[in-house]
Design a protein around this ligand. Structure first.
Ligand code: SF4
Length: 440
């Protein structure tokens, strides 16, 4: 390598928002050391692939990305969830330079240093104080903990990422404050189990401004709401204290919860060993909606879990009718290598999984469309994500980036990405809303 110009790295980030936060941290460190990011593999000195290993399909996508990087560049460092089980990668791509698991930032950096030494005089001021964000400047993911104390039988994450490790509250708040100062208008709070935040550090207090803040979901959420940006809560389990968080919603704490319920039938939930699985969930949802009528609920479900009977599946459909979840993602059960649910009796044949998936999606589509239609005629605040030739694309408080729908707005005044405007909603289609800006 010639060292006249800065060493260049091409970075591929796959997987969930939590993996994206890891990528941001690695890139921030590399930029601090004087490395530059390349747009393409073939213009880079080296490629880093941050993999996802959650499902077999994600593993295939990761292997595909490694293969592409090997073909186009040849010098490849692999990290992330799939790196916790390196055998499969080594088998297909024996010439990758190094493989490390999630959160092993130091090992990734060491591997980069070995293959591509940093410039002699790294300028620390290359990095803005809020770090490097891979998300657009107006929103950012905020990871409050790593790992998970639960042991859901279908999930490999605790094996890959270890037990829950929460960040001190003031550490999270400092990062959030820097992000907001740098122009971020929406903070997306993520972790594997957001409502379990702080359990591992016994909700320890840490000094923040003129007060002490406990490392508790409720306390942290309240403080984040003081920073002036929207706060969206993701991957929340319905533990009892979530009821108190609903009371905070309305201002900057968005009336939105992403709760991966996964199923509704108590027997299936038991076999899944889901946290906070209990039959009072429907009553809780009704109570939350009474307290906060604008609440949007997003969830994910698994169909075809081992042993799922027709009547258990029917329970799930009935539950959906009652719960009126606004947004829903559904997976067919995949027997991911290494998970304990693979040992359960009565696996569900693939064609039944597909039939149940179709039935669930059809049922939900109606519910989602009806709920969306109720917004026609209302005024909604919209954060602008993209400016188009005739309309701008944005999201209301009910829409998380990348997973939910959009709001398309026309405006007489020019808009900028990151603006938050009030729009009058005129029309709804299956997933999106359409309207006109009525206030700034
Ligand atoms: S809560 Fe369950 S599904 Fe989520 S990361 Fe933990 S073990 Fe996996």
């Amino acid at each position: 390598m010639t060292t006249a110009s800065a060493p260049k790295i091409s970075f591929v980030s796959l997987g969930c928002p939590k993996a994206l936060v890891d990528s941001e941290r690695i890139i921030t460190r590399l930029r601090a050391e004087g490395y530059e990011l390349a747009r393409k593999h073939d213009g880079a000195d080296i490629v880093i692939v941050n993999t996802c290993g959650f499902l077999d399909s994600a593993k295939q996508e990761s292997l595909g990305a490694i293969g592409e990087a090997m073909a186009e560049n040849g010098k490849v460092i692999v990290t992330g969830c799939m790196g916790a089980e390196p055998e499969q990668i080594e088998k297909e791509y024996p010439n990758v330079l190094s493989i490390t698991g999630p959160q092993q930032y130091e090992s990734v950096l060491e591997a980069v240093h070995r293959a591509l030494p940093p410039m002699h005089n790294p300028h620390l001021d290359l990095v803005p104080p809020q770090g490097i964000k891979l998300t657009p400047r107006h929103y950012a993911y905020l990871k409050i903990s790593e790992g998970c104390n639960n042991r859901c039988t279908f999930c490999i994450i605790p094996k890959l990422r270890g037990d829950l490790v929460s960040r001190p509250a003031n550490d999270v708040l400092r990062e959030a404050e820097k992000l907001v100062a740098a122009g971020v208008k929406e903070l997306l709070v993520v972790s594997q189990d957001t409502s379990a935040y702080g359990i591992d550090i016994k909700y320890e207090s840490s000094p923040w401004k003129d007060r002490d803040v406990r490392a508790r979901f409720l306390d942290l959420t309240r403080e984040l709401g003081e920073l002036g940006a929207w706060v969206r809560l993701q991957y929340v389990y319905p533990y009892p204290h979530v009821d108190d968080v609903i009371a905070l919603m309305g201002g900057n704490i968005l009336p939105y919860l992403d709760i991966p319920f996964q199923h509704a039938n108590p027997e299936v939930l038991k076999r899944m060993r889901r946290p906070a699985a209990q039959d009072k969930t429907l009553a809780r949802i009704h109570k939350w909606r009474e307290q906060c009528p604008d609440l949007t609920l997003r969830s994910t479900f698994i169909v075809g879990f081992p042993g799922e009977t027709e009547s258990e599946f029917q329970d799930l459909l009935d539950w959906l009718d009652e719960a009126q979840i606004d947004r829903l993602g559904c997976f067919k059960y995949e027997p991911v290598a290494g998970v304990t649910s693979n040992a359960l009796d009565n696996p569900v044949p693939d064609e039944i999984k597909t039939a149940r998936w179709n039935a669930l999606m059809a049922r939900q589509q109606k519910i989602s469309a009806q709920r969306l239609k109720r917004k026609v005629g209302t005024r909604q605040q919209v954060i602008i994500d993209e400016i188009g030739p005739s309309v701008a694309k944005g999201r209301s408080k009910a829409d998380a980036p990348q997973i939910d729908g959009s709001v398309y707005v026309s405006s007489r005044r020019p808009l900028k990405v990151g603006d938050i405007v009030t729009a009058k909603i005129e029309r709804a289609d299956e997933y999106d809303l359409h309207g006109t800006v009525a206030g700034f």
